[in-house]
Design a protein around this ligand. Structure first.
Ligand code: SF4
Length: 351
């Protein structure tokens, strides 16, 4: 299986400068992240607000410079690109932002918005082909051709996100990083945009890095899921494995927090963590806020909130040593293995 995206030991730190009588402080927004995304597949990146998901997405596209590590897209080391090479790379990797209101220029018509990237990358040899291409793009995202000469303020939020998607598609990218693309939209519109993203992905064989805190959307759209906590990946699995057999206590808590109708079956069994019909859902819910990225807890950064740590008698290893990401086989033979960073999960495995 070829991988369009390969990330190795990626870090993004923000130094906060030095204050009198204090050591200089560093926000470790992304810390030692290694991930791959197979070509034509989708990776969902989930976690609470402020865990570093968006920083990771921006760093992969070089919208933010990495502090260290390697990012390879389609075999090209993008951390080494400069000037024209970097501009050319941007054609292959596009971003869809959360806020369709803020990511469109209010002074540009839809036609100008879509024409701009075509001209920057020299993709249409003449005006008729440019005209044909912008008409094709608006139709592809479900807007009428009459939209082309209108301005962003004349559209609803969902329509604006369609324009943003059309702009991303204009350059025929291979990779799209979508950062919470539906969270600013009405619930009634979210499904339409998610279905549009899915249709476009299947037709164009795009690869998505889909950043979201909404696990239901990720389940619908993604083949793989990576769970992030305080700048680090704590679990990585196929979507099926993650939703049927989540391994990390943090993942289990995120799944338990998915809103469901009061009479719906519970999502997780408390003991096996498999999808089951009965258990006390609140027992798995996350307590408290995530700690600061400036001073993460020692050992496993999740230990102050971890239910399994409490139930296991607060083992010292959880407070003292950071758990490495280890590979664990789950599910049927032939299923790609999961990765998890949890001492107790590792100790519980016969591997
Ligand atoms: Fe919880 Fe310990 Fe596992 Fe961290 S290493 S998730 S504290 S059980």
């Amino acid at each position: 299986m070829s991988h369009l995206v390969e990330i190795e030991s990626l870090c993004k730190h923000y130094p906060l400068g030095r204050r009198l009588f204090h050591k200089s402080e560093v926000v470790r927004a992304v810390e030692d992240v290694s991930l791959t995304i197979p070509t034509g597949q989708n990776l969902g990146l989930v976690g609470e607000s402020g865990c570093g998901k968006s920083t990771l997405g921006r760093t992969v596209l070089r919208l933010t410079e990495p502090t260290s590590g390697l990012i390879r897209i389609d075999g090209v080391d993008v951390t080494a690109l400069r000037g024209r090479e970097l501009t050319a790379f941007r054609r292959h990797a596009q971003m869809i932002f959360q806020d369709p209101y803020g990511s469109l220029n209010p002074r540009m018509t839809v036609r100008q918005t879509l024409t701009e990237p075509l001209r920057i990358h020299g993709l249409c040899p003449d005006l008729p082909s440019e005209q044909h291409r912008v008409e094709e793009l608006v139709t592809q995202v479900g807007l009428p051709e009459s939209s082309l000469d209108r301005y962003p303020h004349e559209f609803s939020g969902g329509q604006r996100q369609r324009i943003v998607i059309a702009r991303a598609l204009a350059v025929d990218p291979k990779l799209v990083v979508a950062d919470e693309p539906v969270s600013a939209l009405d619930v009634s519109i979210q499904a339409q945009i998610v279905n549009l993203l899915r249709d476009v992905q299947e037709k164009k064989r795009l690869t998505y890095l889909f950043i979201s805190h909404d696990l239901k959307v990720v389940q619908h759209l993604c083949d793989h899921v990576a769970v992030m906590y305080l700048g680090r990946i704590v679990e990585r699995a196929t979507t099926e494995a993650l939703f049927s057999q989540p391994l990390h206590p943090y993942t289990q808590a995120l799944l338990a927090a998915i809103p469901r109708p009061p009479d719906a079956p519970s999502l997780l069994d408390e003991k096996t963590h498999a999808v089951q019909l009965s258990y006390r859902p609140r027992a798995l819910l996350l307590g408290g806020d995530p700690p600061s990225l400036l001073s993460p807890p020692t050992g496993c950064a999740f230990h102050p909130r971890c239910r399994r740590y409490e139930e296991s008698g607060r083992p010292a290893i959880c407070r003292q040593e950071r758990p490495p990401l280890v590979t664990i086989s789950v599910g049927k033979p032939g299923t790609p293995p999961s990765q998890v960073a949890c001492h107790l999960q590792k100790l519980g495995q016969p591997e």
